[in-house]
Write a new protein. Structure first.
Length: 439
């Protein structure tokens, strides 16, 4: 069948009209902001949700989260993301820059979008401010599409120089030299240099011995530790107490920025009390005797003693006639106090009796002490006591003798007085004959 020229033109017109109508249908579909049609194609949008911490810190890690959305009308299959690391960001060794997202359905956006993240290390020399990070993606086996860079704000990491501990004696005695070690730890992720450690001893009874009160540590790497040691001596007349000593720190970071930090350490000046306890005097010398025993407490140490309390316990050898507990209180250094107890001995055959005494007290820094002592009370026989002048023999016999002497004297005096009176009465009638008087 032959087609004439007129029919050819009709067929060609119908074909062109079909193409026009098809084109109008395609261009009549809604388009996204990227200009791609949403009626028959997917439309991928990738945004950075956030990064933590915000701002990121130099020398530390930051987690960056991205959201993948599809605002198109067709499912996007086999989506793959790739991070393009560049300074100052880097991935940990062994961690892949590729993230397989998989399929994202049409209109899957907003809360239903797919979230993925990367954990990045920020270089310790990173500059302050916004730093770019780049990302690209592809759908299925299509070409890679590179996105505009994302900005991550970076600030310098706080330099933290920590005093990990202070090693010092529990107490420093007045006049004694002791070593104080300041143990430092660099908690930053970058090195610091010219670390200066100073003990401020103004206003405290301490001074450095053999060196100054300032030490310098040349450099400390990230995470490293170092110590500054000082020999200090307490003044001989320093009062026992807790003294707060300021520690002044000064150092520089890698960029030359200066940092200063002040801390405080407590140093205790004091000493263990030196308490001497003995029997000062006694009225009890022999078996069966009774009397007062005076006990003397001498503070021979350099620190004061406070709240001293003492208790004398009875034994089979003696009984206590007075209160067995005596509160003495405070005893200054180089001073003493006494406590009196009245006791009566039983029948003791030994040459001494032990007086069991317990004492409790505190030092000037309120540290508690207690001790038990047995004080020997020397005993003598009756003859020994008399020969030593500690006894005058039997007291009852002496009293009887005194009474007899007094009574005898009284009667002698009466007889003498009576005789004297009679003699005076006879002298009035007596004639004096000179030649009869004896010459």
């Amino acid at each position: 069948m032959k087609i004439n020229e007129k029919n050819k033109n009709i067929i060609l017109g119908i074909f062109v009209l079909g193409l026009v109508i098809s084109s109008l249908s395609v261009f009549g579909a809604t388009t996204s902001s990227s200009g791609r049609t949403q009626q028959y194609f997917h439309d991928i949008s990738i945004t950075m949700v956030n990064h933590e911490p915000d701002p990121a810190e130099a020398g530390r890690y930051v987690t960056v989260r991205f959201k993948v959305e599809n605002t198109g009308a067709e499912t996007a299959e086999d989506i793959t993301l790739e991070l393009l690391p560049k300074y100052p960001f880097s991935l940990e060794p062994g961690e892949s820059a590729l993230k397989y997202i998989g399929s994202v359905r049409s209109r899957q956006s907003g809360d239903t979008g797919v979230i993925t993240d990367y954990r990045l290390r920020v270089d310790e020399d990173a500059l302050e401010g916004d730093n770019e990070i780049e990302l690209r993606y592809k759908v299925n086996k299509n070409a890679w599409i590179k996105l505009d860079p994302f900005d991550i704000n970076i600030e310098p990491h706080d330099i933290i120089l920590n005093i990990e501990s202070v090693d010092a004696p529990k107490m420093i005695q007045p006049g004694e030299t002791a070593q104080v070690d300041i143990n430092l730890e660099n908690l930053a992720l970058s090195f610091i240099k010219e670390v200066r450690v100073r003990l401020n001893l103004d206003g405290v009874p301490l001074a450095t011995s053999g060196s100054t009160n300032r030490k310098i540590i040349k450099e400390m790497e990230a995470g490293s530790k170092a110590s500054a040691s000082f020999d200090v001596i307490a003044e001989p007349d320093a009062e026992s107490n807790l003294y707060k000593v300021p520690i002044e720190l000064e150092f520089f970071d890698r960029l030359g920025n200066n940092y200063k930090k002040n801390e405080t350490v407590g140093l205790i000046i004091g000493a263990v009390p030196d308490l001497s306890i003995n029997i000062d005097s006694s009225q009890v010398y022999s078996s069966g005797g009774s009397g007062e025993v005076v006990i003397k407490f001498v503070n021979k140490g350099v620190t004061d003693i406070k709240f001293l309390n003492t208790v004398l316990e009875e034994s089979d050898d003696f009984s206590i006639l007075s209160q067995k507990e005596v509160y003495i209180g405070n005893i200054d250094s180089d001073d003493y106090e006494t406590a009196d107890f009245k006791i009566i001995l039983g029948k003791v055959k030994d040459e001494e009796v032990l007086l069991p005494l317990s004492v409790e007290y505190k030092d000037a820094n309120n540290n508690e002490y207690s001790e038990d002592v047995n004080l020997p009370l020397k005993l003598y026989s009756a003859s020994e006591a008399k020969s030593m002048g500690l006894s005058n023999g039997n007291g009852k016999v002496g009293i009887i003798i005194v009474i007899i002497i007094v009574i005898g004297g009284f009667f002698v005096y009466r007889r003498w007085k009576r005789k004297r009176r009679h003699e005076k009465a006879g002298e009035g009638f007596k004639l004096k004959v000179p030649f009869l008087e004896k010459k």
